[in-house]
Design a protein around this ligand. Structure first.
Ligand code: AMP
Length: 280
């Protein structure tokens, strides 16, 4: 596991890696969700690279950029625990990613609207831009993204197709705690009381999926069922809970193909995301 920081070091180390390269971009404070992406990369590629960079441009004003958990030693130990880790770990540096007078941004017209894009203006502009820069630097043949951030996965897939980037984008399943809470670096923000309340999100999504599997196809019925469960937990404030087409992310009235129910909810100071795919 070679560790690099500067672009010059990265380019040199990259030039020595041969074969199909699988890439896992992350913001660090790693957990089993991230490791599952690396596992897929290692299984399906000849060499693997993980990047760690808390990307300032995807955080809005008043969001948690400053507080976002960071622990390089912990991350390196976790990576190494997975079969020796990736071939290369890159701690990207802010002054190289966003040099003085930085001006170039990637914007998607539709996929980044609605859901997270609507609540976090500029978020996907930051995500699409940093991912493009990371791709340009690492030059992977495949990149692995968690379905935990479902809209992000769709945004990146669209961007790669639109810009003719020769990279396979692989969506990987959500890794959860035993009680159903989706693993997230932000779960460390939860107090014990908040942590105990959090599995209600997955319970609500699972109840909606069970109703779907029994034949319910009215999106509003599934959405209201899930909302009712979440609002029964007083610590949560629901930001949104919507049923969308799994590919276009257009809001659905009637479900007649693969769909996704996505939500964001606040508990205390923490904003949690989750989703469940229907019909796949
Ligand atoms: P982050 O470090 O939060 O930017 O996440 C880096 C990558 O890990 C993204 O592709 C996320 O979707 C993915 N990821 C985060 N949490 C999970 C999880 N619980 N299961 C699967 N993938 C995840």
């Amino acid at each position: 596991m070679t560790i690099v920081r500067s672009l010059a070091e990265l380019r040199k180390a990259r030039s020595e890696l041969k074969g199909r390269l699988g890439f896992v971009p992350t913001m660090g404070y790693l957990h089993e969700g991230h490791l599952s992406l690396l596992k897929r990369a290692k299984e399906s590629c000849d060499v693997s690279v993980v990047s760690i960079f808390v990307n300032p441009s995807q955080f809005g004003p008043g969001e948690d950029f400053e507080q976002y958990p960071r622990d390089e030693a912990r991350d390196l130990a976790l990576l190494a625990s997975l079969n020796g880790g990736p071939d290369l770990v890159w701690f990207a540096q802010k002054d190289e990613m966003y040099p003085t007078d930085y001006q170039t941004w990637i914007n998607l017209e539709r996929k980044s609207q609605g859901l997270e894009g609507e609540r976090r203006p500029g978020h996907f502009r930051g995500v699409a831009t940093i991912v493009t820069k990371l791709f340009n630097s690492v030059q992977p043949q495949a990149a692995f993204f968690g379905l935990k951030d479902y809209q992000q996965y769709r945004v990146i897939s669209r961007m790669v197709a639109d810009l003719n980037m020769p990279i396979d984008i692989v969506g990987c399943p959500i890794i959860r705690e035993d009680d159903g809470l989706a693993k997230s670096s932000r779960n460390v923000y939860l107090s014990p009381e908040e942590r105990a309340a959090s599995p209600v999100l997955f319970r609500a999504l699972s109840a909606a999926k069970a109703a779907y599997e029994k034949g319910e196809r009215q999106a509003s019925v599934l959405v209201n069922l899930a909302k009712k469960l979440i609002t029964s937990e007083p610590l949560f404030t629901l930001d949104y809970l919507e049923c969308s087409d799994a590919e276009t992310l257009q809001k659905l009235t009637t479900i007649d193909g693969p769909a996704v129910i996505s939500l964001a909810a606040k508990i205390g100071k923490t904003r949690l995301l989750d989703n469940i795919v229907l019909g796949k």
